[in-house]
Write a protein that binds this ligand. Structure first.
Ligand SMILES: [Fe+2]
Length: 317
């Protein structure tokens, strides 16, 4: 059985590559080249890109997931609606199979991409706790700069059948359900399922994909989320993006499910991008949880949920 091991990239459309590159640079990514009408942005980690931006209407194009082996690609190529095993024409090369997921979302199963040298990121801050002082004669001076993105952590997709999508992620990509959110007072109605990679005894993020139940007619990507060094980076990133005049969506706060310190922003074209730090890691033996979708289960602290939060990408040409 295929068991995806990581999320590698999200691909989006945007009608102005320069403007999108400027936003993503302020968000904390680094440009890693363009080919024709396509822009590649990387984080500090070893993947050559974590965002692929294609010139065109704003929106979601595909999500790239890491296959455990090239044999998995050949197995995946036999699935209904799958492409053949293709060579990836992008920095780092590698091979992929494009899978047709629920609601026609495109899932790219990738393998063999060349890794790149990691980029420097500021060290984690040394924190003085009330009864544990560990920073003496060393001043706390994090720079005012974009929150340097280490890696892509997860993405959230809205499906017409959220339960069916979670089953597909389990059966086709070998993912594990971590926590389910249900309608308050109606435990049978799933509102979303957090899915993580099955890495056995190696820890995995609390969720790598979140399958959200869409309102009728609202099947679309919700957001993609990027890990930064620590909560100070999240807060400084918030100030940086505000200083550049971008649109804040929700944050800074700390989620309950996954525990991340989070902060959500809109790109100039309406895509939602999240910074996060200090998320939970779980091994494959942790059983799933089930929670009503009430505010306390979405955030432990932080501002009220913005009314625009669950709206689709607001397409802006
Ligand atoms: Fe998120």
């Amino acid at each position: 059985m295929i068991k995806v091991q990581d999320i590698v990239y999200c691909a989006f459309g945007a009608p102005d590559l320069d403007r999108m590159a400027e936003f993503l640079t302020d968000f904390g990514m680094v440009e890693n080249g363009r080919t024709g009408q396509t822009l590649y942005m990387r984080g500090a980690g070893a993947y050559p890109y974590i965002n692929v931006i294609e010139m065109g209407p704003a929106g979601f194009r595909s999500v790239g997931m890491l296959a455990g082996s090239e044999a998995d690609l050949h197995a995946a190529a036999k699935l209904p609606g799958a492409s053949s095993v293709e060579t990836i024409d992008a920095p780092g090369g590698g091979k992929r199979v494009c899978l047709q997921g629920p609601d026609n979302y495109r899932f790219d199963l990738v393998h063999g991409m060349e890794r790149v040298a990691e980029l420097p990121v500021r060290d984690p801050l040394t924190v003085n706790f009330a009864w544990r002082k560990q920073r003496i004669k060393d001043l706390q001076r994090p720079a005012f700069e974009p929150a340097q993105i280490a890696r892509l952590g997860h993405c959230v997709l809205k499906f017409s059948d959220g339960d069916g999508a979670a089953n597909w992620l389990r059966e086709t990509l070998g993912m594990l359900p971590t926590d389910r959110l249900h309608e308050p007072g109606n435990p049978k109605q799933t509102l979303g399922t957090f899915m993580r990679c099955d890495r056995g005894s190696d820890p995995a993020d609390h969720h790598t994909l979140f399958a959200l139940q869409a309102h009728p007619g609202d099947v679309d990507m919700h957001h993609s989320a990027y890990e930064v060094q620590d909560p100070d980076a999240v807060h400084i990133g918030n100030q940086w993006l505000a200083s550049k005049g971008y649109v804040a969506e929700w944050g800074v706060g700390r989620h309950l499910l996954g525990s991340q310190v989070f902060d959500y922003w809109r790109s100039p074209f309406g895509h939602i991008f999240e910074h996060y730090a200090d998320g939970d890691l779980l091994t494959s033996d942790v059983p799933p949880g089930d929670y009503p979708a009430i505010q306390e289960n979405l955030a432990q602290w932080g501002p009220e949920l913005a009314p625009t939060f669950f709206q689709s990408v607001r397409l802006q040409a």
